[in-house]
Write a protein that binds this ligand. Sequence first.
Ligand SMILES: Cc1cc2nc3c(=O)[nH]c(=O)nc-3n(C[C@H](O)[C@H](O)[C@H](O)COP(=O)(O)OP(=O)(O)OC[C@H]3O[C@@H](n4cnc5c(N)ncnc54)[C@H](O)[C@@H]3O)c2cc1C
Length: 455
Amino acid sequence: MKIKELRSRLRGELITSDDPGLERAHEALIWNGRKPGRQARLIVRAACVEDVQEAVRFAAESGLTVSPRGGGHQFTGIAAKADMVIDLGALDGLKIDVAARSARIEPAVTNERMATVLARHDLAFPLGHCGSVPMSGYLLGGGVGWNSGAWGIACFSVMAVEVVLADGRLVTAAADENPEIFWAARGAGPRFFGIVTAYHVRLHQAPRAILTSVRVYPLDAVDQVAAWAEQAMARAPANIEFTTKISAAPPQMPVGGMILQAIATVFASGEAEARALLAALAEGAPEGTLHRLDDVPTPFDVLYELTAKSMPEGRRYAVDSVWSDATYPEVLGEVVRAMTQAPSPESIALVMLRSPMARNVEDAAFSQIGRIFGAVYGIWQDPVADRPMIDWLRTTMDTIAPLGLGTYAGESDLDRGPRRLKIHSAAAAARIDELASRFDPEGLFGGPGARARAA
Ligand SMILES: Cc1cc2nc3c(=O)[nH]c(=O)nc-3n(C[C@H](O)[C@H](O)[C@H](O)COP(=O)(O)OP(=O)(O)OC[C@H]3O[C@@H](n4cnc5c(N)ncnc54)[C@H](O)[C@@H]3O)c2cc1C
C-alpha cells in the first residue's frame, strides 16, 4: 500500500514528512514541555477504529514501528518514539450502563471527564490523580488512582478490552476470551503488543463524602511525621489515602525552602464516617504544624483543581517512581534528603503509604506493588537545566533503589537503560515477551520481534 492509498482509506488525518506541520504536530503529541527528538515519520490521527486497523496494516507492510498515543502523558514522551504514531486522541466515546454499573470507555476519555459523568450517576472509578490524563495509557500501565486502597489498582476494574493486533485484526479480550491478551492488557503498559481501542470497566458506588485533611510541617519534622504516619496508617482502613508531599513552601508561609504536607483523603459512605476516620488518623500527629486544614470537602472536581496546580502543563518534567516495602521513615527520609538537593525549586515528590487493608493485585501483567509508592517529579522551565535535572533524578533514584521493589510504568524513567527497579516481576516480564513474540512476531510495537526486524 502506498501513502496515497493509506490517506484515501483513512477518515482521520495523516501527517507525513512532506508536511511542513509534522514537527509541530510531533511536539504536540507530548504533554511534557520537554519533548523527545522527532522520530515519527508518520502521524495518523485516527477518527475511528477502522483507521487504527488501516494504519497498523500499512505499518506492518512497510516495516515501520508503531506507537499508539493516548494523551502523551508518559513523561519520557515514549508515545512519540516510533516510525508511525497512531494518535487515539479522537477516540473518546464514553457509554455508562448505570444499572449494570459498568462502562465502555474509549482511550481518550480523561479522568476529569469520567469523574464529571460518573458523579451524575452516583458512580465512581479509581481515576488517576490529575484531570487531564486519559484512560488510554493510564489503565494499560495499571492506574494508581484515587482510593486505590479500597477500589484497587484501576486495571483490576477492567473487565474486557477491545484491541487491534499487529495484523490489523480487532479482537475482544476478557477472562474467558483471549485471556492471555486480557492478562497483558492489565499492566503491560508500553510493552503491550496491540492497541487498545476500548476498555470495559466495572464501576463503583460513589462515596457519599470525600474529605481531606492537610497538616503542613517544616522539613526538619520529617522523622516525627514519618513515625506518626507509619503508626497511624497501620490501623487505618483501605479507604484512607495518605500521602506526604514535599515541595517548596508557598511565599505566604513563614519558612523558606521546602515543607512537608501530610495529606489524608477519605472516601467514605457518609460525612460522619469520614470525620471519624480523619480524627482517628490524626491521633499522635506531631505538634508544630505551620498550617492545618481539617475535614475539607473535596469532591473529584476539587481534587483535580488542587492537583493541576502541583503539576502545571508546559513545564519540563523528569519523573521516576518506586514501590517499596521498606519502612516509611526510611523511604520518606531518603526522598526528603534528595529533594533538598533538587536543582529546581519547582520540583515535588509524593510518598504514599497504603493501608495494610488495601487491595492487592490479581494475576496480571501489573505485578509490582508495595506498601509505599514514591514518585519524584523534577519540574523546571529552562532547557539549560535539562541535564542537571535528569542527573539529579537518576542519582536520587539510585539512592532509593536499594529500598525498592520495582517502579511504575506510568511514572517511570523509561529513558534509562537496564536498571535495578523493574516495571514488571521477572515472571510477568518473561510472559509479556513470550506473548509479544506470538501476537507481534515482527515487533511492530517494539517487543522482542523489533530486534529481529532491525537486524
Ligand atoms: C500530570 C500527570 C499526572 C499523572 N497522574 C497519574 C496518577 O495519578 N496515577 C497514575 O497511575 N498515573 C499517572 N500519570 C501517568 C499516566 O497514567 C501515564 O503516563 C499514562 O501512560 C498516560 O496515558 P497516555 O495515554 O497519555 O499515555 P501516552 O503517553 O500517550 O502513551 C504512553 C505509552 O503507552 C502505550 N499506550 C498508550 N495508550 C495505548 C493504547 N490505547 N493501546 C496500546 N498502547 C497504549 C504506548 O506504548 C505509549 O507509547 C500521570 C501523568 C501526568 C502527566
